[in-house]
Design a protein around this ligand. Sequence first.
Ligand code: FES
Length: 576
Amino acid sequence: MSGQRRTPADLRSFRWFGKDDLRSFGHRSRAKQAGFTLDDISGKPVIAILNTWSDANPCHAHLRMRADEVKRGIWQAGGFPMEIPLLTLGETLMKPSTMLYRNLLAMEAEEALRAYPADGAVLMGGCDKTIPALVMGATSANLPAIVVPAGPMLRGNWRGQILGSGSDVWKYWAERRAGTLDECSWREMEDGIARSFGTCMTMGTASTMTSAVDALGLMLPGASSIPAADSAHPRMASASGRRIVEMVWEDLRPRDVMTTAAFENAVTAAMALGGSTNAIIHLIAMAGRAGADLDLDRFDAIARRTPVIANIRPCGDFLMEDFYYAGGLGGVLSRLRDLLHTDCLTVTGRTVDENISSAIICNDHVIAPLSEPLGRDGGVAVLRGNLAPDGAVIKHMAAQARLLQHSGPAVVFEDYNDLEKRIDHPALPVTPDSVLVLQNSGPLGGPGMPEWGMLPIPKKLLAQGVRDMVRISDARMSGTSYGACVLHVAPESFVGGPLAFVRDGDTIELDVPARRLTLHVPDEELARRRADWKPRQVEYPRGFGRMYAQHVTQANRGCDFDFLEGTDPIPEPEIH
Ligand code: FES
């Protein structure tokens, strides 16, 4: 941000539309082909609306309509909107995981902004990986950008009970497997759990990431909490359209906002919300694009000092709709004021302090006072030890407390297929004290680090009433999941991390208060197993998967591509 207001001749798009040369003739004549006049485009900031709407993503079903509301705001403020559809990353349909494609969307966003005559960008997404991907791409392009989040869907309903996305699916699926829920009830839930467009309305990855990006300062304050179907949502969309035009004139860019202090605010918010473990991976990747300092240890340090005050499933009782009407993210941030860097600049052009000055909280059951938090030291812990030299994470807020210090014998599954085949076998040597281990589910092993980390409880234990046990993997888990699941073990087993050398019966010790994860096997025996270990082959002869396999980093580095990290400037396409 230069502090000087830009003029039309300073605009990047001027190189496309403002000059008297052959190329500009082509650009202008083709704008006219689309029905626009010279007045429509001349001297106006061109705003690229990067829209991840598609029929393949029900969470974004309304974003086609919302893009028109964003355009209305852009026109009103004197800009020129240009909607560009991007890869949609529909969480509910893509296999093996949308995480495999997060970096592809990030590349697409960055390159679209670089190649087209964009002066600024509106980033439209919400479903899990879309927000981090769009922000990563826009950060690397570093043009003025504002996020319009899809917003959470309405509460689910079933026979008078409130249902939350994901969290209640896992809960009732366990009952179904235990034989305590009939098929008719299960079908009725299928009808009632997703009542509107919008993202998962629990504090899953979507709401965690939109809230974190809100706290980071990249959207209009509180936008992340607005339910997708509330009329405040289209009003927020058009207001964002108006604001991005001003941001272009002010030359307010993502990296002006995305400082190390701002990332610490984002982490603090995610921890206070009892947010998804996926936020750790995404925020580290985003910080890497912005040149900000953020690593696992900083996450853990912030988590330890941050109370969980949002009472939202899966850590609490309520849903995003309740959260919005209780005061939303602004309410939470106002309660966390002493833990935040309130002088951070945001896309409003104002500081966090100014943005939250008028926040109110209407319901202390949903947004708890600091004196009565749901948890005193954040929702997530970072673990280390000989089983995870580069770190692992656990959402301990969502686990049974008795399991947070636990030793037990390992029951090992070599991959997800093996898990599916044997988990419910009556002969599986498993007890409630066992530690379930899943290998080959990380960034390369999955591939794409699928959300397999909430390993199912074996049926025979479900029948005994067991509903939680220690589970360890190099996978991720859905932000809507819960249980004593140790995730993101790094380095992953596929590349020869120690998780690859665990055998049935080995004793594993989890100690969350001490942040330790220990495999009690002598070093000499581990060295022998390592020497005997045969790596699996990556099976990508060509295509995106091949590039992914060659360049993806491990979970502790955010799973970005190594060649996309950093802030080195990339030349603008042709300078005339
Ligand atoms: Fe789209 Fe959860 S499946 S946000």
